[in-house]
Design a protein around this ligand. Structure first.
Ligand SMILES: Nc1ncnc2c1ncn2[C@@H]1O[C@H](COP(=O)(O)OP(=O)(O)OP(=O)(O)O)[C@@H](O)[C@H]1O
Ligand SMILES: [Mg+2]
Length: 465
């Protein structure tokens, strides 16, 4: 039986075009719907391997459809089609579980390439599901690994504090596992059967974030054509994870303080106060004490959040964890990539132990993942690890390079390249003035700062004399 693709778009021409592009070259069964609600009914009634959906449709947003599909069948691959080529929507879609996005207009090759990759992914997920489930159950700590005294202490404290209502603040440099700790706290809490809703405070502009968090009433602002529930409500009886809390705007800091103090909030444009029942876990890589001194962060909010604190040290300060983490990631990526790599050589481990890991556990994970992919034998060697510092990807990928890379890595590189190109142009236009550049691009200043840093760009280079 051929795999089935469901395509959803309000424009019938678009449906016909996609159907033709796919059916001409591939054997998949293609079904189409121009009404997202009917599409969802159809999805419920018959098995579908891949859903391709437009983002802007009357009646139902593509993101909403994506969420509904993922809720019903997390193993279904979803590809989002968008004419609004903003990285924000694309990132939102991928965060919500989309396999990939395609910007309109597109060429047939792009469609076929993505469809093939999505189908491969779908097949792999089917096969790996059982394996991963077994693994997760065994670990219990949502794959949070560690044997160092600091990590043992963290595990112990997670068990102690998870069942309480206490607000948690997780601090530590980037890539140290803050999000994993948040997840472990939720899973060990009495709320584990309910949702943990994650909000990234940096990625969303403040005015949008307010209505995302607290919801809005109909007519609260232009475009608010119907009432919308906020994430606070979505996290009802569960956990709200506020990531990058250090980037929260002063206005929202005040609103959050009220939520923490009184357990209540008002949707945007509403006069009615709502009560919230949730556990708040926040994380940041900022030094909030400095932010307080420099009047960027409210001190009273800090004390409210900081009821229980977890401080994650950089990886170089807990080298005992390196071997364990390396083996953990080795097993993970060997399974994911179906490679028979089962061991890591002593020299390779020593090389890892003497490395500083500015990117912490995330960097170790990337090194091992890449190593597993390129490892020709059964044991990871120093050569496989390729630990020479790789320059920030300022070069576009060639077709050949792309074909050899795993999807995620290729995508990461493409995004890096896009970031670096976009930011250079933007800074040039605005003479290196970050506030103006951020305004013009419609993103937050802090977010732009981070992108600049990640791309290894010096903003001062662009200062007009
Ligand atoms: N103790 C750990 N055991 C297993 N995996 C870990 C551990 N710590 C971190 N990781 C992995 O490293 C990566 C980064 O972790 P995470 O996203 O939690 O970091 P973070 O502290 O939130 O970073 P950032 O500040 O950049 O958001 C993830 O892929 C995570 O799975
Ligand atoms: Mg994080």
């Amino acid at each position: 039986m051929p795999a089935r693709i469901l395509i959803v778009d309000d424009e019938k021409d678009m449906l016909a075009l996609l159907r033709r592009m796919i059916s001409e070259e591939r054997d998949y069964e293609v079904i189409t719907e121009n009404d997202p609600k009917r599409a969802l009914e159809r999805f419920r009634s018959q098995p579908v391997e891949l859903v391709m959906t437009d983002l802007k449709m009357p009646g139902m947003d593509g993101i909403v459809l994506l969420e509904a599909v993922k809720k019903l069948q997390p193993k279904t691959a979803v590809v989002v089609l968008t004419a609004f080529a903003t990285i924000e929507t694309a990132v939102e879609a991928t965060q919500k579980g989309a396999f990939d996005y395609i910007t309109k207009p597109f060429r047939q090759e792009r469609i076929l390439h993505t469809v093939d990759k999505a189908m491969q992914w779908q097949e792999m997920v089917q096969e790996n599901l059982a394996l991963r489930q077994a693994l997760a159950e065994k670990e219990g700590f949502a794959s949070l690994v560690g044997a160092s005294p600091v990590m043992r202490d963290i595990f112990e404290r997670i068990r102690q504090v998870a069942p309480t209502m206490g607000t948690v603040l997780i601090t530590g440099p980037s890539g140290t596992g803050k999000e994993l700790v948040a997840r472990a706290i939720h899973q060990h809490s009495l709320r584990s059967q309910k949702k943990m809703v994650t909000v990234n405070c940096t990625a969303i502009p403040p005015d949008v974030l307010e209505s995302e968090l607290f919801g809005h009433v109909k007519g609260a602002f232009t475009g608010a054509w119907k009432e919308k529930k906020g994430l606070v409500e979505e996290a009802h009886e569960g956990t709200l994870f506020l990531d990058e809390i250090g980037d929260l705007s002063p206005h929202l800091q005040t609103k959050l303080l009220r939520l923490l103090q009184e357990g209540e909030y008002k949707p945007v444009g509403s006069v009615v106060t709502k009560m919230a029942d949730l556990r708040i876990v926040a994380a940041t890589n900022h030094d909030l004490k400095t932010d307080i001194r420099e009047k960027r962060f409210r001190e009273d909010l800090y004390y409210r959040l900081n009821v229980i604190q977890f401080e994650l040290p950089p990886l170089r300060e807990r080298k005992e964890d390196i071997a364990l983490l390396s083996r953990h990631f080795l097993a993970k990526y060997a399974a994911v990539n179906r490679k028979a790599v089962t061991d890591i050589s002593l020299e390779a481990l020593q090389a890892l132990m003497s490395y500083e890991f500015p990117g912490n556990v995330r960097e170790l994970e990337n090194i091992i993942e890449r190593g597993v992919i390129f490892c020709p034998g059964h044991s990871l060697t120093v050569a496989d690890l390729q630990m020479e510092p790789v320059p920030a990807a300022a070069l576009p990928l060639s077709q050949d390079q792309m074909a050899e890379m795993p999807f995620r890595e290729a995508k990461e590189r493409a995004i890096q390249y896009f970031h670096s190109q976009y930011i250079r142009r933007l800074l040039e236009q605005h003479g290196g003035n970050i506030s103006r550049a951020a305004d013009a691009a419609g993103i937050q200043r802090q977010y732009l700062h981070r992108l600049i840093k990640e791309a290894g760009i010096e903003a001062t280079e662009f200062k007009s004399q």
